[in-house]
Ligand binder design. Structure first.
Ligand SMILES: Cc1cc2nc3c(=O)[nH]c(=O)nc-3n(C[C@H](O)[C@H](O)[C@H](O)COP(=O)(O)O)c2cc1C
Length: 194
């Protein structure tokens, strides 16, 4: 049985760089998710800017607007796709800082949400080590992170000028992954009865 409504999926390319490969990969995943029937909401990482986490500031001023916006987006959707760069074999500090701020919201906006993790990197490994690091806080905060992940190596040549994948087999793999994720997210939304 499938949900009577489409899966609502938030898509974030987690880099502030103007020509970011991760933002471009996120745009491709968003198009694929829409093709698979998802209602897609993309968000710019620049709209989720937060200061370095300071629990004194949390006590006086509360959760900053960028994290509240991210929390609202997660709460209003069933799942999220994040394309995130790998920095020094791990998750970028900017994204981790946003997750830390967002974790101060109650109830946790990540809980029960499905998540799919992608990365684009200029290196040969594609950023998969960063994705393993990113899984940890997301799963700790109650997200169901999809077992399979998608690291894209040598992103300068792997992505075409119109933000597609040059290698058709790789494109097919991403499309199948996004399709399976959208189907699972829709099923979970039905189970949560929302
Ligand atoms: C501080 C820093 C650390 C990096 N560390 C890694 C790394 O560990 N592994 C990797 O594959 N690329 C690493 N890179 C290169 C990134 O893959 C590259 O900058 C990529 O373009 C970042 O994604 P973006 O284009 O979405 O901003 C690093 C880049 C920076 C700035």
């Amino acid at each position: 049985m499938v949900s009577p409504r489409p899966a609502r999926v938030a898509v974030l390319g987690a880099s502030l760089r103007k020509q970011s490969f991760n933002v471009r990969l996120a745009a491709l995943a968003a198009r694929m998710a829409a093709t698979h029937g998802a209602e897609v909401r993309t968000v710019g990482f620049g709209d989720l800017t937060v200061p370095p986490l300071d629990t004194d500031a949390l006590e006086t001023d509360g959760v900053p607007e960028g994290a509240r916006r991210f929390g609202d987006l997660l709460t209003e959707t069933d799942g999220f796709i994040i394309a995130a760069p790998e920095y020094n074999y791990s998750v970028s500090g900017v994204l981790k800082n946003l997750i830390d701020w967002t974790s101060r919201i109650r109830p946790w906006p990540f809980t029960g949400r499905n998540g799919l993790l992608l990365s684009a990197s200029t290196g040969a490994v594609g950023g998969v080590r960063g994705l393993w690091a990113l899984r940890v806080p997301l799963e700790g905060l109650g997200a169901h992170v999809y077992p399979d992940m998608f690291p894209l190596a040598y992103a300068e040549t792997a992505l075409t000028a119109d933000d597609d994948l040059a290698d058709s087999a790789l494109r097919e793999r991403l499309d199948r992954l996004v399709g399976a994720f959208v189907d699972l997210t829709r099923t979970h939304a039905l189970r949560r009865n929302v």
